[in-house]
Ligand binder design. Structure first.
Ligand code: GDP
Ligand code: IMO
Ligand code: MG
Length: 420
């Protein structure tokens, strides 16, 4: 059955947690491949809401083995409390979760540096999640980062931490910096001893056994470090390329790429957003969709569907199917607009510009659509109101993909499957 990649096609928070949980019904292994605890993936089962930052959303299905691969930057404080959270639900984690010893650590120094950098940027700040993600990736690419496996080699750790502090002058000269990091490493040494391993080797074996593997993307493609709205992006590749590289699997083993598409756009933090809504639709959408960050609680900016952006994300990732989420939220609006192209520098274009400042100057050319119609409580795709079905068809055409499913509520069962 092979490898399925699940990626967000917008600016994150598309509903990847729910989609991965749904697809893990039929998976053996679930893997987080990139990003870190900047992610907040929500899964609602039987009225109980879980927000996962580092563990794959497959952890809520007891049969599924879970892995955090080399491309993830791991904050062990967050992971330890997440393990507690999941175990308090009566689910076993030990023996079912492995973290790559190759993955880099997010250390206390990284959060400090991020706070200082955002402060220095002033009006130009990115509006990050403050989870230390950018600085952790900087150290990794600078080749002086500390990896999960390093925690176990005590002889070299103190010297490596000292070097890290000296190479990061922005962290300040606090005398207890190295001690603080040493404490962090000591605190988590037993946990690392239990769960660190050769994820990449295990994944290779799983592929060889033809197991069903779910690679869970975090963030969204428009936040990709290379292809997103730079500099208002995260610090890694968030598309299918990032998943494959982060998991360390052969690209040829991927046989399905599922793009998650929220029925409207949202964005947290700063950066260009051509279809950002005006009032009253902005507040109506935020309230109806409860659009507040799962990681930071920040209110999300809301906008109309942007087909230029969707075509761009879908085509660069070669998505084979899409999962459409939050159609129930869109159905609460009495008007629906869709951006089909941009007006930019005196002409019309279907191209998503590489330059963020250019994107800021793009004016969306909207088409009006029929309001979606009431979708709440329906359980079959064929029961979608005609306008709702037409909206989904429009997204499929823009993405050039098949339908995986339509989601009409936060709960695990609020799913209209295209195939059974
Ligand atoms: P992720 O980061 O892509 O996993 O998405 P988040 O969990 O950050 O945000 C998605 C939010 O929408 C969560 O609160 C989900 O519980 C919720 N959600 C997902 N799908 C649906 C849906 O179809 N309808 C509604 N009303 N809520 C949904
Ligand atoms: P999930 O996986 C939405 C955004 C931040 C900020 C930018 C850089 O839940 O979809 P960072 O902390 O990564 O350096 O912040 O990226 N961002 C997200 N927005 N969902 C996410 O993850 C995000 N992860 C990062 O708001 O604009
Ligand atoms: Mg999220």
């Amino acid at each position: 059955m092979g490898v399925t990649c699940v990626i967000g096609l917008q600016w994150g928070d598309e509903g990847k947690g729910k989609v991965v949980d749904g697809l893990c019904r039929e998976a053996d292994v679930a893997v987080r491949c990139q990003g870190g605890a900047n992610a907040g993936h929500t899964v609602v089962v039987g009225g109980r809401t879980s927000i996962l930052h580092l563990m794959p959303s497959g952890i809520l299905r007891e049969r599924v083995r879970c892995m955090i691969a080399a491309g993830v930057v791991v904050d062990l404080d967050v992971l330890a409390s997440e393990i507690e959270q999941v175990e308090s639900m009566g689910l076993s984690v030990t023996g079912r979760l492995m973290v790559s010893s190759r993955a880099h650590l997010v250390l206390p120094i990284h959060r400090r540096i991020e706070a200082a950098a955002e402060d220095m940027l002033g009006d130009e700040k990115i509006g990050t999640t403050m989870r230390g993600i950018g600085p952790a990736y900087m150290d990794k690419h600078g080749r002086f980062g500390i990896r999960v496996g390093d925690i176990l080699s005590t002889d070299r750790l103190a010297a490596r931490l000292d070097l890290l502090a000296r190479l990061n002058p922005m962290a300040g000269r606090a005398p207890d910096l190295v001690e603080e990091m040493m404490d962090y490493c000591s605190r988590h040494r037993d946990l690392v001893g239990e769960i660190a391993g050769d994820v990449e080797h295990d994944l290779g074996m799983s592929i060889g056994r033809d197991e069903r593997i779910m690679l869970e993307g975090s963030q969204g493609f428009l936040l990709d470090i290379d292809f997103g709205t730079y500099p208002y992006v995260t610090s890694c590749n968030t598309g299918v390329h990032g998943l494959v590289a982060g998991a360390g699997i052969p690209p040829s083993s991927v046989d399905k790429v599922v793009g998650v598409v929220k029925s409207y756009m949202t964005r947290v933090g700063r950066g260009p957003f051509p279809t950002e809504m005006e009032e009253p639709y902005h507040s109506l959408t935020r309230d109806a969709g409860r659009e507040y960050g799962a990681t930071t609680g920040r209110p999300r900016r809301c906008g109309w569907m942007d087909l230029v952006a969707l075509r761009y994300s879908a085509s660069l990732n070669g998505v084979t199917s899409i999962a459409v989420t939050k159609l129930d939220t869109l159905s609460r609006l009495d008007a629906v607009k869709v951006c089909r192209e941009y007006e930019c520098s005196g002409g019309r274009t279907h191209a998503f510009p590489a330059d963020g400042r250019m994107l800021e100057r793009c004016v969306p050319v909207y088409g009006e659509m029929e309001p979606v119609g009431d979708v709440e409580g329906i359980s079959r795709l064929s029961d979608l109101p005609a306008a709702g079905a037409a909206y989904v068809d429009m997204l499929l055409e823009a993405a050039g993909a098949e339908l995986e499913f339509v989601s009409v509520g936060a709960g695990r069962d609020a799913v209209l499957r295209a195939r059974h």
